[in-house]
Structure formats: C-alpha cells, structure tokens
Ligand binder design. Structure first.
Ligand code: RRO
Length: 311
C-alpha cells in the first residue's frame, strides 16, 4: 500500500484507510480471508458476534434501492468463539477488528471477559447500536445505560476497545453522549451504524420491502452520507483527541472517502456499496482517493485529515 494512506488507533498501525463495515462481507472465514488478502483493505472487521450463533430475522431482511439499502438482518452470526478463533489464528497478517454485540449487559460483560482472557490483543469494537434485534433497544440512545456499561467494562477490560454508535440528530445529544464517552479510554468510536427503523414500501405489492418488524429496518447507503459526515464531524469536535474515529455511512465514491477524512475520520468503512459492487471497490476507491490527493496537492492523508475549512 501507498505510504500516503495510513491510520493508527490505539497503537495499532493501519496500512491504508479503507475497511469493510461490520455486517458486510464478514460473516464467514472465507469472506474475512478475502478482505485479509486484499491489499486495499486496511483491516477486516468481523460481523458483530453474540455468545451463541444466530440465524437472524426472517427473510427477506435486506433490500437495496437506488443509492441505499434497508436491512433487518437481526444479527446473524456464527457465534463469538468462531470469530475469536479467526482473529487469534490470523495474527501475523494485518490488523483485524473484532466486533461484538450482545442481547444483554450480562452477555456483553461475559464476552469482554473472554476477550480479556484470550490471546487476542488487537482492537475490539462493541456494537451498542444494532437497530434490528426484536424487542431490544439501541443501547447507545440511552446515555445512562451506555455510561453504566462502559463503567463496568473499563473496570476490568484493559485491551483496545471502541464502540459502534447509532447516528444522532440533535446537537445536545452529541454533547451528552460525547461527555459520557470522554470519561473512558476508548480506542475509537465507529460512527454511524445504519439509521434505525426506516420503512420502504413496494408500490406493486403495497407491502414493506422487508419482512421483520413490520418492515422497519436500518437504512444505509449513499443517501445517508450527510448524516454520517455530520456525526463524524460532531464527534471529532467533541471527543478527546486520543479517541479515534472510524467514519461509516454513505460512502460510494472516493470523494465520499475524502469528505469523511476531512471531517475527522481516521479510517473509513464501506457497507452498502461494498455489498453492491464487491471487494474490487476497495481498489477503485483507493485509486480515486490518490487521484483526488494528487489533484489537490496532498502527499498524505494527514495533511487534510480533520481539516474541514470555514466556508
Ligand atoms: O444484523 C443486523 O441486523 C444489523 C446490525 Br448487528 C447492525 O449493527 N446494524 C445493522 O444495520 N444491522
């Protein structure tokens, strides 16, 4: 990889700035292998894992539309041990981010105890924002609950840990959640998860396009770029500088990657568009970003990262 493209989170160095969004192309070891072996992927992120494997919600649970997607996958995953084994047995290649989710605070604590006791010393990411588990809230919309979990977690967890956040839409909410997060030695925040509980209808059938939860699901894709950039920017302006940012949401083109980095992202992840185009997208985005940098006279991502100017 070109030395112009790099990032570092919690003393882990990334060769490149592009990663997959958790959930896309990362449920099986063969999918993860493909990401691991692609020189344009800075780090594979695993599908968020729960203690036990899950089939996920009834299908259809995913639908793509122009410049967007709606999903209610429902956390399908092969179980925590599967992903822990994967990251432990692929330690010499490039960084891998281990994503975990849970159905309760007890499960979350149990999983993180297992990570703490394991040989894995890379970055773990706690998903506090899945919108699609039936009957469960998106924890990170509850600031007190988030504080309580992080307080318990950091009483014993000593390895690099970041969290995946939902999008926020109110400046006072950014202030409040940032104040909670700044109390803890988080490696990073990953912002944003899909915009929860959207609804898309099929005019022909007069029904929702996805089945679970009456058609309500997380909206992703290029349509959500302004929300994603606002969240990256709002957090970069509020979080301690040692809490890095993974910008997720809305990335379709190299211009979108550039915009995320300009707003303060250290790494940029791609979900819907990766699902649409496949992993050749990483090469295209990387080359596109190099061209933008060349045209603008930047030699390295550090020269414009978090460099959003006044209008
Ligand atoms: O599996 C899902 O339904 C899912 C998860 Br865990 C998530 O974090 N975000 C999303 O849009 N879908």
């Amino acid at each position: 990889m070109d030395k112009k493209m790099f990032a570092s989170i919690a003393n882990v160095d990334f060769d490149g700035v592009l990663i997959n969004a958790s959930g896309v192309h990362c449920q099986t070891s063969s999918e993860l292998d493909e990401l691991l072996n692609d020189e344009y992927v800075a780090a594979p992120v695993t599908k968020s894992a729960t203690l036990n494997s899950r089939d996920g919600n009834p299908k259809p649970s995913y639908f793509e539309f122009k410049d967007g997607s709606i999903n209610s996958m429902g956390l399908p995953n092969n179980g925590f041990e599967y992903y822990l084994n994967y990251v432990e047995s692929h330690r010499n290649n490039k960084p891998i981010i281990l994503s975990i989710a849970s159905l309760s605070q007890e499960e979350c604590i149990e999983l993180l105890h297992k990570v703490q006791a394991s040989d894995f010393n890379g970055i773990t990411e706690l998903n506090l924002s899945c919108p699609n588990v039936i009957g469960k809230p998106q924890v990170a919309y509850d600031f007190e609950a988030t504080d309580k979990i992080l307080s318990e977690v950091f009483s014993f967890f000593k390895k690099p840990l970041g969290i995946k956040l939902p999008p926020y839409f109110d400046l006072t909410h950014f202030d409040q959640i940032a104040a909670v997060l700044n109390q803890y030695p988080l490696s990073h925040v990953n912002s944003v998860n899909s915009i929860g509980n959207g609804l898309l209808v099929d005019l022909a059938t007069e029904a929702p396009v996805i089945k679970p939860k009456g058609g309500f699901g997380g909206v992703g894709g290029h349509n959500i770029l302004p929300t994603a950039l606002a969240n990256v920017r709002a957090f970069r302006l509020r979080l301690n500088q040692n809490i890095k940012i993974i910008g997720t949401g809305g990335v379709k083109t190299a211009e979108d990657v550039f915009a995320h980095i300009l707003c303060g992202a250290d790494l940029v992840s791609i979900g819907t568009e990766l699902n649409k185009q496949g992993i050749s997208l990483f090469k295209d985005l990387n080359e596109g970003l190099i061209k933008i940098m060349h045209d603008k006279g930047y030699n390295s991502v550090d020269e414009f990262r978090n460099g959003l100017k006044d209008i």
